[in-house]
Design a protein around this ligand. Structure first.
Ligand SMILES: [Zn+2]
Length: 604
């Protein structure tokens, strides 16, 4: 729904709010240099490692890794959804929520939420009328009380039952289409009449609810055999599948406070587990577990158990979940992996052995660090030096995704033990970096005049491969400096991955009068790059001074553009060399370019 709140409004809101004032209302902030510090409200500590930057309008905890904008703080501290945080901040700032944002709630006078609620009741009614669907539920040992609690329903075996019930006028059909409940017939071949049909037919229906219990989407499961087994609502103004969790509303109803949440794969698993008394189970909606899911979960609890089938698909899903969880792995958070015996899913297992036996399996769940090591160790032969070197190489990109902190340290120690290498030596290998040099060649302090000394290091790694990341980091930390250079023009036409992110950031910085880090970040909240960018913003700046940053950024952007042009011309020449040979001018040019390339790569 965030997309429905105009960016200009969020800009104004962020510009008008002071993060120091908002956070200061909840946490005792002390001025320290240009920033403010406090004991972190998100983990327990005695010495302050929570910093708030009025300049960047950004907060960051060096202890637990929590970070974000003023909106992020409200979401994390008050456990709000994004639109709720916007509404609360708008109220404080005395700004009226714009009409466009209200439109998501009441598009064209008909409330999409109301329509979804009506559809849910329609499906529920059909379930009680349909003996076959009821028999199916009974066969899965789902009792009536559980079916009611989850609002389970049945979509009739018809192309237009729902359409006829709710889509009498063109306007109503438009709303059904917007809600993802009907599909427009494909008339491109010309042989069909234009029109619509029901999306869900002959399926058991699982309403998906938001934090407030409103139905925002449906998942439909085939009753007997058929494909696909699960069909979900498409993305709609109400529903973004990468951020919702099935069963979370019901779990929150059952618990005032959570010890843990368990993520399982299927809707039926969630329903069956809740019925057995395991009311802290949730499922993703046909996607891998995303960072957005995890952010949402860690606002509620510090312990997450991923419970997956022991088969190949389950293990692949677990590994993807691990990769997405790494950036959030910080002290005080527990991530565990529970693999079920092959041939079982939580639904069948809890039915077979009961809740107590199932819960006792949680004791044997692998902590994330163990699971990560186990997966890596299985891929190499530790008896040989080569195997141990390979293990370090496999671990490096994974470590690079983890925030600094005790967790990362402990994992590095464990890994050092496995490969029989002194821990310090391994840590140097895992976090390669050279001292940062300023424009005049003098070493720059990592975090000039403020901030805890233990932070820094890997954030500032300045290898050539990181040129793009450096440039992105410079824009994030010094948006006003980025505004001054016309960098986005230079990068036109370059389609390398990540360059589009840099180009967009440069354009965004140029589009606002007084851009801040927070303003830039808020433009990415709905995109997959958001977490990565917020992490970069939370790290120490590469360069503290704005003018130096502008010059560094300009150089970086020019180098990127040059690298790309050199690379493209070289590819042309190499291809010609293979196909028809080069003349002497072209040979000279290629040799010149190869030298230029190696010069660029060595960084001189
Ligand atoms: Zn903290």
């Amino acid at each position: 729904m965030a997309g429905r709140i105009p960016q200009s409004f969020i800009d104004e809101l962020v510009a008008r709010s002071d993060i120091v004032e908002i956070i200061g209302a909840h946490v005792a902030l002390k001025k320290s240099g240009r920033e403010f510090k406090a004991c972190c409200p998100f983990h327990s500590e005695k010495t302050p490692s929570f910093w708030v930057s009025p300049e960047k309008q950004f907060y960051h905890c060096f202890g637990c890794g929590a970070h974000g904008t003023v909106l992020g703080f409200l979401m994390q501290y008050e456990k709000l959804e994004f639109p709720e945080a916007v509404a609360q901040l708008a109220e404080r700032a005395g700004l009226e929520m714009p009409r466009e944002a209200q439109a998501a709630r009441e598009p064209g006078g008909v409330d999409l939420y109301a329509l979804m609620a009506q559809a849910a009741r329609f499906f529920e009614q059909n379930l009680s009328d349909n003996a076959r669907a009821r028999a199916y539920l009974a066969g899965r040992t789902i009792d009536a009380a559980t079916a009611v609690k989850f609002g389970l329903g049945y979509a009739p075996d018809s192309w237009n039952a729902l359409l006829n019930r709710f889509g009498q006028s063109e306007h109503e059909r438009g709303k059904l289409l917007q809600a993802g409940l009907i599909i427009e017939r494909d008339t491109r071949g010309g042989e069909r009449q234009p029109g619509f049909y029901d999306r869900f037919r002959d399926r058991l229906m699982f309403p998906i609810r938001d934090a407030r219990g409103r139905v925002i989407a449906f998942g439909g499961r085939v009753i007997d055999q058929g494909e696909p087994k699960y069909l979900n609502s498409p993305e709609t103004p109400l529903f973004h599948k990468g951020r919702e969790l099935y069963g979370l509303y019901e779990a929150r109803q059952a618990h005032a406070d959570f010890k843990r949440l368990m993520i399982v794969e299927g809707y039926m698993d969630v329903v069956r587990l809740h019925q057995s008394g395991i009311t802290y189970a949730v499922a993703t909606l046909g996607t891998a577990t995303t960072q957005e899911h995890l952010h949402k979960i860690f606002r509620i609890t510090n312990e997450v158990v991923f419970s997956f089938d022991g088969d190949r698909a389950g293990r692949a899903a677990a590994w993807r979940a691990l990769e997405n969880a790494l950036p959030l792995a910080s002290d005080g958070r527990e991530l565990k992996f529970l693999f079920l015996p092959e041939g079982h899913d939580p639904d069948t297992l809890v039915a077979a052995e009961g809740a107590a036996a199932f819960e006792s399996r949680l004791k044997s769940a692998l902590p994330m660090s163990e699971y990560l090591l186990k997966q890596l160790v299985e891929q190499v032969d530790l008896a040989h030096v080569d195997g141990r070197a390979k293990l370090a190489a496999l671990a490096r990109p994974l470590f690079a995704r983890m925030p600094d902190g005790v967790y990362r340290e402990l994992l590095a120690d464990r890994l050092a033990g496995e490969i029989r290498m002194p821990a310090d030596k391994l840590k140097a290998l895992l976090a390669p970096h050279e001292p940062r040099r300023g424009p005049a060649g003098r070493p720059q302090p990592e975090r000039p005049d403020r901030g805890p000394p233990h932070h820094g290091g890997h954030a500032a790694s300045a290898g050539r491969g990181n040129l793009l990341r450096q440039a992105i980091s410079l824009v994030l930390h010094h948006p006003a400096a980025a505004r001054a250079i016309r960098g986005s023009d230079l990068l036109g036409g370059i389609d390398r991955p990540g360059v589009d992110v840099l180009r967009t950031l440069l354009e965004q910085a140029a589009s606002v009068d007084a851009p801040t880090t927070a303003m830039l970040l808020e433009r990415w909240r709905d995109r997959p790059e958001f977490d990565r960018l917020a992490e970069l913003a939370a790290r120490s700046p590469l360069v503290a001074d704005g003018a130096a940053a502008a010059s560094e950024l300009k150089t970086a952007v020019e180098k990127l553009a040059e690298e790309y042009r050199t690379g493209r011309r070289m590819d042309e020449l190499l291809q010609k060399a293979r196909e028809s040979g080069l003349n002497s001018d072209e040979k000279a040019e290629l040799s010149f370019l190869l030298k230029a390339k190696s010069r660029l790569e060595s960084g001189s």
